[in-house]
Write a protein that binds this ligand. Structure first.
Ligand SMILES: C[S@@+](CC[C@H](N)C(=O)[O-])C[C@H]1O[C@@H](n2cnc3c(N)ncnc32)[C@H](O)[C@@H]1O
Length: 353
């Protein structure tokens, strides 16, 4: 009985994934086909708790193709064959055939990997909050990213940025993070930051940026059509190898309380998470929130998040597409700016799409 319910929930998940994959015609096409194919859905019943099924399945197949598995399916992936790839409209049966032929390999990846997509552009969210902190905090700010994956965002002061026709940040950086500013007013001033006292990531499974297989897994989680994101990822990997940051392995629920005590007492800490709380199983989210709150016991805590509306922080109602945070001694969210979940665009709170 449980199996039947799970399968129908999975099918529903794929049927409703169209909106998620707005920027990927290939994945949009595949969602409908997977929704109707029980053997492929069954593969996902072995995934680790909380893992987003469509990202995981598409990531597993993409990982195998990027690794050189020979199959007609590769012709549909711009990331594998370059452009032009074949018309996605014909990809469905070919995808199912791939999953049938390579079932054991797909099952192994789906059962062991985590959705660790590290979207480099989301660093702009952290940059906004850090720039805003300059007027609120005297002294250094300690950065903590929960669900840091490979830790790309913790290099926030080492990148160059382009937003609304303006450049910010480090002029000789390895990469430029670019986003569209959808507002008549000028974009926020992001040049000046407070001193960064320390930078620490926390992740269930920190990505080892020197390991080719783990690099390929990150690459596989980028949608096949998104060549700019793949290029940014490669540049961020080079940055992460050149100046490694500490990412502690473990569940944030266990790690954060100790980490908070280890930071210098009285000094500000900015704790950030993006697309992470959504992967924490629903019955663990209150403990996740408490673990982050506990980091404010010994110093002013600023907590910044970018999560979908279906996983509202502290149960507060949230609107889709808002970057929000709260300062010390409260858990009440304050909205900072409107954003797309992948930071393709930003907009002022009183404007935008
Ligand atoms: C979808 S990725 C997002 C990575 C990054 N924050 C970004 O926005 O690009 C989610 C990350 O959260 C990590 N994660 C999920 N649950 C976690 C938990 N309870 N504690 C620590 N890390 C967690 C996963 O391992 C994964 O690397």
């Amino acid at each position: 009985m449980t199996t039947v319910v799970e399968l129908s929930e999975l099918a529903e998940h794929f049927r409703q994934s169209d909106a998620t994959f707005g920027a990927s015609p290939l994945y949009r096409e595949l969602c409908g086909v997977v929704a109707d194919d029980e053997p492929t859905l069954e593969l996902l019943m072995r995934r680790r708790p909380g893992q987003q099924p469509s990202f995981l399945l598409f990531g597993a197949v993409h990982h195998l193709l990027l690794g050189g598995v020979e199959h007609e399916l590769r012709d549909f992936y711009p990331s594998v064959v370059g452009t032009p790839a074949r018309d996605p409209a014909a990809a469905g049966p070919v995808f199912l055939d791939f999953c049938r032929l390579h079932r054991d390999q797909v099952a192994e990846l789906v059962g062991t990997r985590l959705v660790q997509s590290n979207v480099v552009r989301r660093v702009l969210a952290l940059r906004c909050a850090l720039a805003a902190l300059r007027d609120l905090v005297d002294g250094p700010v300690h950065l903590v990213e929960v669900g840091a994956s490979a830790g790309f965002h913790l290099h926030v002061d080492r990148y160059r940025y382009r937003l609304g026709g303006r450049d910010f940040g480090s002029p000789d950086a390895r990469l430029t993070v670019e986003s569209e500013w959808r507002g008549d007013a000028p974009p926020p001033e992001l040049t000046h930051l407070p001193e960064i006292g320390s930078r620490t990531g926390v992740d269930l499974h920190p990505v080892d940026v020197r390991d080719p297989d783990q690099r390929r897994w990150l690459r596989a989680l980028v949608w096949p059509e998104d060549r700019p994101a793949a290029g940014l990822l490669d540049a961020a990997l080079a940055q992460a190898v050149a100046e490694p940051v500490r990412v502690i392995a473990g569940d944030a629920i266990d790690v954060c309380p100790d980490l908070g005590r280890q930071l210098p007492a009285g000094e500000a800490r900015l704790v950030f998470h993006a697309a992470t709380r959504m992967h924490v199983p629903a019955d663990r989210r209150a403990a996740f929130d408490q673990a982050i709150d506990s980091m404010g016991a010994d110093g002013p805590l600023y907590h910044l998040w970018l999560e979908p509306a279906f996983a509202p922080h502290h149960g507060e109602r949230a609107d889709e597409g808002l970057l929000a945070w709260h300062g010390p001694d409260t858990t009440r969210p304050v909205n900072l700016v409107r954003v797309d979940g992948h930071l393709r665009w930003m907009a002022p709170l009183d404007g935008g799409p």
